[in-house]
Design a binder for this molecule. Structure first.
Ligand SMILES: Cc1cc2nc3c(=O)[nH]c(=O)nc-3n(C[C@H](O)[C@H](O)[C@H](O)COP(=O)(O)O)c2cc1C
Length: 327
């Protein structure tokens, strides 16, 4: 397998995995727990409700990870990252980019808009820029803007998911993009991580699995709903932000809304993510199709340890070969 990943990732991680940024879910605890477990931890900057709070979060993350590295120089502490909403309706974009530069954030993932506003700033200190995309034309535009990686958000992902099959999408993007590819959507096991690599992905994005960890900011009710729900409980709708997302029907019902009577929302507007009017994500919850495999609430370290065991089992299986290996 070609290795396109820089040593800043390969030498400091225990799995090719990113704990994906999730609105109202990922914060300082989840990010630091992920990095200490050997996988890249990320959060959306808008989870820190002001730029001052973001400054504090970044200071805590960098401080805590530096302290662990100091006491245990041989430990693999993975890099951390943020998600920037680069849509024009985000009024905090410039001040958040300034903080990104101040803390030399190793990985910046842009979503819901062109990555262009972040590329030069992040490259100025040697950081990596990945852009979240849901179709081939967005992927081409992001590649032209000079990103280091593309996150292909496929069908079945939690949050604002796409509709493309990972098989077709990844192959189509590889025809014009030789950078890092992160595959996203509905994955939840070590076998899934390995399968994504075999398909040609360099890294894998897990969101839903990390919502049900003890370090996530999700409420207990939300986590319990994940344990009980299956993929049949999801609805793919644009009724809440104007962009299509997979939402949990039981949470829509609990909010007094009939999931079968949702009206499409015409205008895409993400300003509610900044303004604090977060009903859609605070009380109406999202999950990807991997929700069927969330069976318990566990710590991030336990989740990553399980994924590493599963991944190692698959590698052992591959070494044993199969009926076609030696033909
Ligand atoms: C509750 C929730 C909130 C999310 N919020 C964001 C976000 O703020 N920014 C972002 O780039 N992606 C967001 N996502 C998408 C994830 O980063 C990731 O693409 C997705 O969870 C991967 O699919 P999976 O959940 O099936 O693993 C969110 C996903 C969920 C489930």
């Amino acid at each position: 397998m070609t290795n396109r990943l820089p040593t800043s990732i390969t030498e400091h991680t225990l799995l090719p995995l990113i704990a994906a940024p999730m609105f109202l879910v990922s914060g300082v605890e989840l990010v630091t727990a992920a990095c200490k477990s050997g996988v890249i931890g990320t959060f959306p900057v808008l989870n820190a409700r002001t730029s001052e709070a973001l400054d504090d979060w970044m200071q805590r993350i960098t401080g805590e990870l530096a302290a662990v590295r100091e006491t245990n120089p041989n430990a693999r502490i993975a890099p951390w990252g943020i998600n920037l909403v680069t849509h024009r309706t985000n009024p905090r974009l410039q001040s958040d980019i300034d903080l990104t530069v101040k803390y030399k954030t190793p990985l910046v993932i842009t979503s819901l808009g062109s990555p262009a506003p972040a590329v030069e700033a992040v490259h100025s200190y040697g950081g990596l820029v990945f852009s979240d995309v849901i179709n081939v034309s967005f992927a081409k535009k992001a590649a032209q803007a000079g990103v280091d990686g593309l996150v292909l958000v496929c069908a079945g992902a939690g949050g604002h998911a796409g509709t493309l099959s990972p098989f077709a999408f990844l192959k189509a993007v590889r025809e014009f993009f030789d950078g890092i590819i992160v595959l996203a959507g509905a994955m939840s096991s070590g076998r899934d991580i390995r399968a994504a690599q075999v398909m040609g992905a360099d890294l894998v994005y897990f969101g839903t699995s990390f919502i049900a960890t003890t370090e996530s900011m999700a409420t207990q009710d939300y986590q319990q709903m994940l344990v009980e729900a299956t993929m049949d409980d999801l609805i793919y709708t644009n009724a809440f932000s104007g962009a299509y997302a997979n939402m949990l029907k039981p949470s829509i019902v609990a909010a007094g809304i009939d999931p079968d009577a949702l009206k499409p929302k015409e205008n895409v507007d993400f300003s509610h993510l900044v303004s604090g009017e977060t009903k859609a994500w605070k009380h109406i919850w999202s999950a990807g199709q991997g929700v069927s495999f969330v069976r318990e609430i566990e710590s991030t370290a336990e989740l990553v340890a399980r994924l590493r065991r599963e991944y190692a089992e698959i590698i052992a299986e591959e070494m044993r070969g199969d009926a076609w290996t030696n033909l």
